[in-house]
Ligand binder design. Structure first.
Ligand code: NDP
Length: 336
């Protein structure tokens, strides 16, 4: 089969491309400019013409993916902005929503062989910031973020902006499927990962050009820019990028995945947990010496039973993820 991966030059996407190629699929990746073709072709040159890279300059343009979906059996839509630099929420929301709907529209019109589309959403489309701890599931939606954008516009926080972009994009995908029920030869699967950490395969010239989640990891774990209170009290949930890439393959292979969203999450963490893990493999400041993992309160956790049951998800350990990141940073000369 042949799989289309949108935004193929991204941090997660390179692992998705690699995993599908290793499973024997052919891959067509889309990138925004000719300059982004070379690194992909070079990285996967051992797969020869099993990897094709095409340019889709503007994913928000009507019919942007019309050509790209032709002859494709399945689609992995990963292209979407993930950064906290927007001055206007629409900078994120427009490409997130129009890109997602655009892929689905093109698949409806020209994707005659397409059987399944996987949209890479996020736990950002699930979580809400609440006063008490909550274990979130696939039933939950980040409605408050959308509301904040509606109420505050440009004054909305950058994290709400990102959450709203992912929530609106995912909702638009499910709405599209509902509206076109009966016309579709494909079904939809959505993956909702929390923070995605792991070694990089994409083109990263320097520490300052790391993708957002890798950059946070670098700053909080290695540089410890936020201080010791932060390390012990702040954290999130994470999944290894290699496990998330496998989830994309399972999402295509498992018939029963159809029509479902899946939270794909390894564990909750405080940044100090990762510092402690990193100290097993490299020299890093000790961070918070009073931190006790057994006393940590995780405000946001996820019910991961659905992905375990239907996709068969299993997860690498925190040490495996940490070690792979440090090996990668060492090889790149980013950390000794
Ligand atoms: P990257 O920044 O490495 O990749 C983002 C990809 O999306 C790139 O190919 C990028 O292209 C493309 N993209 C960004 N903005 C636009 C735009 N306006 N128009 C067209 N393409 C665009 O990030 P990740 O790999 O981390 O993110 C990939 C996906 O995973 C996103 O959908 C993100 O929301 C989701 N995700 C990521 C998490 C994480 O922790 N990393 C957590 C949960 C979800 P270009 O290089 O040309 O800008």
């Amino acid at each position: 089969g042949k799989v289309l991966v949108t935004g193929a030059n991204g941090f997660i996407a390179l692992w998705v491309v690699k995993t599908f190629l290793e499973k024997g699929f052919s891959v067509r990746g889309t990138v925004r400019s000719e300059a982004k073709v070379h690194h992909l072709k070079e990285t996967f040159k051992s797969f020869g013409d099993k990897l094709e890279v095409v340019v889709v300059e503007d994913i928000t343009k009507d019919g942007a993916f019309d050509e790209a979906v032709k002859g494709i059996d399945a689609i992995e839509h990963t292209a979407s902005p993930f950064h906290f630099n927007a001055t206007d929420p629409q900078e994120l929301i427009v490409p997130a929503v129009a890109g997602t709907v655009g892929v689905l529209k093109s698949a409806l019109k020209y994707g005659t062989n397409v059987k399944r589309i996987t949209v890479l959403s996020s736990c950002a489309a699930v979580l809400e910031v609440l006063p008490n701890p909550k274990n979130f599931s696939e039933e939950d939606w980040a409605k408050a973020a959308i509301q904040e954008i509606e109420e505050k516009g440009k004054e909305a926080s950058v994290s709400s902006t990102y959450r709203a972009s992912k929530t609106l994009a995912e909702k638009a995908a499910w709405d599209f499927v509902k509206e076109h029920k009966g016309e579709l030869k494909w079904d939809l699967v959505v993956l909702n990962p929390p923070y995605v950490f792991g070694p990089t395969l994409h083109e990263v010239a320097s520490v300052s050009s790391l993708n957002t989640s890798s950059s946070h990891w670098y700053q909080f774990v290695l540089e410890q820019v936020a201080g010791n209170d932060f390390l012990a009290s702040e954290g999130s949930c994470y999944v290894d990028v290699r496990d998330l890439a496998l989830a994309h393959v399972y999402a295509l292979e498992k018939e029963a995945a159809a029509g479902n969203r899946f939270i794909v999450c390894a564990a909750a963490f405080k940044w100090q947990d990762i510092v402690n893990s990193a100290r097993k493999f490299t020299t890093v400041s000790a961070g918070n010496l009073t931190y006790k993992p057994e006393n940590a309160v995780h405000m946001i956790t996820y019910d991961t039973s659905k992905a375990a049951k239907i996709l068969g998800m299993k997860y690498l350990s925190l040490d495996e993820t940490t070690k792979a990141i440090l090996d990668d940073f060492k090889e790149k000369g980013f950390w000794p």
